[in-house]
Ligand binder design. Sequence first.
Ligand SMILES: [Zn+2]
Ligand SMILES: [Zn+2]
Ligand SMILES: [Zn+2]
Length: 328
Amino acid sequence: MAELRREPVTRMWVVVTNDHPKGPMDYLPFKPPYQPQEAKDPCPFCPGNEGMTPPPTFSLSRQERDWSVRVIPNKFPFFHIEGDFDRRPNGMYDLMEAIGAHEIVVESPEHHQGLATMEPKQIEKILLAYQERLIDLEKDQRFEQFLILKNHPGIFNRHPHSHIMAMPVIPKRIDEEIWGTLDYYQRKERCIFCDIVKEEISMKKRVILETVHFLIFSPFASRYPFEAWIVPKVHSPDFHRITQEEMADLSIGIQSLFHSFLKLLSDPPYSLTFHTSPIQSRFHRPEYHWHIETRLRIGLREGFEWGTGFFVNPTPPEDAAHFLRESG
Ligand SMILES: [Zn+2]
Ligand SMILES: [Zn+2]
Ligand SMILES: [Zn+2]
């Protein structure tokens, strides 16, 4: 039987099929959706090639060429830092300039690395770079929303990197989560994410890992096989207000989760994103609860999702959590 499960925050329906639940072996061997070309040209993110990129906006380094994490403006940004919005009609349609910031975090000097193989200390440095950049970008009143996004392997370059974006609008997915959070808050005077964390800890079966400050679990209505959420146990709307102690704890959790993916599914392609409250006092939502969502890019059924707006997941989250817990 398949089950229709409703994701409680956005109330989106997901079809979870469990007639023939798929375990890790069913996804092996991989046929990745794409393989980045191993470039013939030198990698602009490797040490020694710093001149190929714009000057860094942030760098953790002892000397110019001896860095551990570097943040640089994206040469091909989705959002441009200079200019005006120039919001205008185009017939019945709305149009504006994509003003914002789009920076690349070069996560390691080593070309062949991933979150699964890095030391937690290195992941902590990446988190620190995110935090420092967000605190700086928050000063720009034009931006409403931050988004941190990572693809592994990267689409154009295999060197480990992630994207920081500051946007002039709130993306639909976060907007939906905010509405769900506010609606729940009005009815129950509690945060829905705080309640989910408590529920998952008491039910145990979808928990992958619990650290001092974070819960890592397969969400009840997982859209993707082996989808995982990392949620702080104490309520906080903003990722960039994270403490140093929480950051160290989070980096251990991230390393452990991605190491489990590596062991179980032999270095699967993945994406992760940070969802955090909109910024600036006029948009900020203290009721929102920041978190990280991760998904593996395996077993996708884009056509069905495209046609219906809901997802089909052949690996029930209880099974996924079990496999990941056991491999950890
Ligand atoms: Zn490189
Ligand atoms: Zn909360
Ligand atoms: Zn989210």
